[in-house]
Design a protein. Structure first.
Length: 322
């Protein structure tokens, strides 16, 4: 192929990569998500074009341009690992709150689907205590009562006092598993996410209602106070992300359903990352703080209220724009 035809065939790709690199460098920011997903493919194409230009002995000017693009693309693609930490900080300070504020409608729906069944079941059991057996068996209730017995040395579990690290691993697995199922099943037209939001709300409400009814309020609520803001918010974020997937399939708009699903998945990623962060932090608090019965309930309540205020303020305060 003659150089003229070669340049005509691929000039738009070279210009696109050059524009992305120049714009990213001038703004001192990362590429937008849509560009970042295409960047590796475009970079590999430019590297192939450089090899062809060298093999066919095209003009030095063309080879120099392609070599410069390949070098800059390599630096962008394989930049220093230290950039990861600045990107993480930027995401936590700006990206996650901005996404939550942008997706407030679907988050409000997820919150209603989770908390209304939870509070409804809790209240209903105070009126009709036997209602708890519709969700939990006798063996399960007995185990729950032992975990939150006021005389227990460790709250929330019947484990030994020296197994905090082991229980941290269990809480991480359990929390992330719930979050992932709540998000991923949203692909079934959102029905899966709705199911897990409602079922988890009912289950938690049933346990809270039963323990409240039998007089175990202090050990139970002092246990959940510390990590509830992190864990429950993580679950609702997972539900919101899943509902967004389902809505994209139900109402794709001017896109095909596959295109709408890809777009929704891309927009939901910050929520999913937020779920991982919140549920991971919840596991830390649950394993090393919440279960410690030697800490006064008043202190745990105070810390719990403070964490709720911090989480709500962090996700809802205005002025965070990307």
């Amino acid at each position: 192929m003659k150089q003229h035809h070669f340049e005509q065939a691929h000039a738009s790709q070279w210009q696109q990569l050059e524009n992305w690199l120049r714009g990213s460098k001038l703004k001192q920011t990362e590429l937008p998500d849509a560009q970042a997903a295409q960047f590796p493919h475009l970079y590999r194409q430019v590297c192939q074009h450089l090899a062809l230009a060298q093999d066919r002995q095209y003009t030095p000017g063309l080879q120099e341009r392609l070599n410069r693009l390949a070098l800059l693309g390599h630096q962008r693609l394989y930049r220093s690992p230290r950039r990861f930490w600045s990107s993480l900080v930027e995401f936590l300070l700006l990206g996650l709150p901005h996404t939550v504020q942008r997706e407030w409608r679907v988050l409000l729906l997820a919150t209603a689907l989770f908390y209304l069944p939870l509070l409804g079941m809790l209240a209903a059991i105070q009126i009709q205590p036997t209602l708890v057996y519709s969700l939990l068996g006798e063996t399960q209730l007995q185990a729950v009562e032992e975990m939150y017995d006021p005389a227990a040395k460790r709250l929330g579990t019947d484990r030994a006092a020296d197994s905090d690290l082991m229980m941290f691993g269990f809480y991480i697995y359990n929390n992330i598993s719930i979050g992932f199922k709540t998000f991923a099943t949203g692909i079934f037209l959102g029905i899966g996410s709705i199911f897990f939001l409602i079922s988890n709300g009912l289950f938690i409400g049933a346990i809270a209602g039963h323990l409240t009814h039998i007089g175990y309020s202090v050990p139970f609520y002092s246990f959940v106070a510390g990590h509830s803001a992190l864990e429950l918010t993580g679950i609702t974020l997972a539900g919101a992300a899943g509902l967004k997937l389902g809505y994209a399939l139900i109402a794709p708009g001017r896109y095909t359903r596959l295109q709408a699903l890809r777009q929704a998945a891309e927009q939901s990623l910050p929520l999913v990352y937020g779920v991982i962060v919140l549920l991971g932090l919840a596991a830390v608090v649950e394993a090393f703080w919440s279960s410690n019965a030697s800490i006064a309930p008043q202190i745990k309540y105070s810390v719990g209220i403070l964490l709720w205020l911090l989480v709500i303020s962090y996700l809802s305060l205005p002025g965070r724009q990307l």
